[in-house]
Design a protein around this ligand. Structure first.
Ligand SMILES: [Zn+2]
Ligand SMILES: [Zn+2]
Ligand SMILES: [Zn+2]
Length: 122
């Protein structure tokens, strides 16, 4: 499904909001846009409205309205499924997952530090 916004090409290293500023290192947006977004986000949290659409009242524990939460879950599931089908890491989306796993070696080591106790030792 083509979206008109996607037709605008983003220059590498530039902010994804097309504000004309340089994006932060390793980020899609610039510091200015990030701060604006965060301010907006926390204002919505404080007002108890959805942090995604900013229109509907948020469900108490999710900070988003039901509709946005469902849409996000659907998108995440789709993305997850696609990554799994392609054998890509479901965490970083950049590296190949280890055979029969959903994470690449890198992410596996990183997350493993937290879940080591739950896993059988190699
Ligand atoms: Zn920006
Ligand atoms: Zn919403
Ligand atoms: Zn990874």
């Amino acid at each position: 499904m083509p979206r008109s916004k996607a037709q605008r090409t983003r220059l590498p290293g530039m902010c994804a909001n097309y504000c004309g500023r340089e994006a932060m290192k390793g980020r899609a947006i610039c510091l200015f846009c990030r701060e604006t977004k965060m301010r907006q986000y926390w204002r919505r949290v404080a007002d108890g409205i959805c942090t995604i659409c900013g229109r509907e009242p948020a469900m108490s524990d999710l900070r988003t309205c039901r509709e946005c939460a469902e849409r996000r879950t659907r998108t995440m599931n789709r993305r997850y499924k696609k990554l799994r089908e392609r054998g890509m890491c479901t965490r970083c989306h950049h590296h190949r997952a280890r055979p029969n796993r959903t994470l690449c070696l890198n992410c596996w080591i990183k997350t493993g530090q937290r879940t080591l106790a739950a896993q059988t030792p190699l």
